[in-house]
Write a protein that binds this ligand. Structure first.
Ligand SMILES: [Zn+2]
Length: 160
């Protein structure tokens, strides 16, 4: 990999195995949100130990800022809300037999339909997303929202 906007994984991000094989390569230059200088080629690895398939690297802060500087129409807050609300209600209703109140966290909330619907069912919604615009708009509606970039560090594997 020679992509200055990605940091290569040295091992499987789930199990730390280093037994990785290349799974696929694709040209993403025709994706509606593709922008230069992002690499037009994406490669995926397959971990032979746990079966996880993942891109060969994660974005640098600069790369993530470029990727998440625009939004697919379907991911804009409130997009197609009435139809999305019906789909989200089916998800919330699957959870209700187990939990019927408390905080509902949606990581990557996109159009927000799941959060809005969970709130209607009595949950306290909290959203996390990579897009500044979505987070700002959700906060403006009075819902807790966290801007999370991809520059996080996963916890070190437990030694226990
Ligand atoms: Zn693995």
């Amino acid at each position: 990999m020679n992509d200055p906007l990605r940091i290569p994984f040295s091992a499987c991000p789930l199990c730390d195995s280093q037994t990785l094989v290349q799974e696929a390569t694709a040209d993403c230059s025709r994706h509606p949100l593709y922008k230069q200088p992002l690499s037009p080629v994406m490669n995926w690895n397959h971990c032979t130990a746990c079966g996880h398939v993942f891109t060969e690297g994660y974005f640098t802060p600069e790369g993530a800022a470029l990727v998440f500087s625009s939004t697919n129409t379907s991911q804009k807050l409130g997009q197609d809300l009435e139809r999305q609300r019906m789909l989200a209600a089916r998800m919330v209703e699957k959870v209700l037999p187990y939990v019927s109140d408390g905080t509902w966290l949606d990581v990557g909330f996109g159009n927000g339909a799941l959060l809005f619907t969970a709130q209607e069912y009595g949950f306290t919604p909290v959203g996390a997303d990579l897009r500044t615009e979505n987070v700002t708009q959700l906060k403006a509606l009075g819902i807790s929202a966290i801007l999370k970039n991809s520059n996080w560090k996963r916890p070190a594997p437990s030694s226990a």
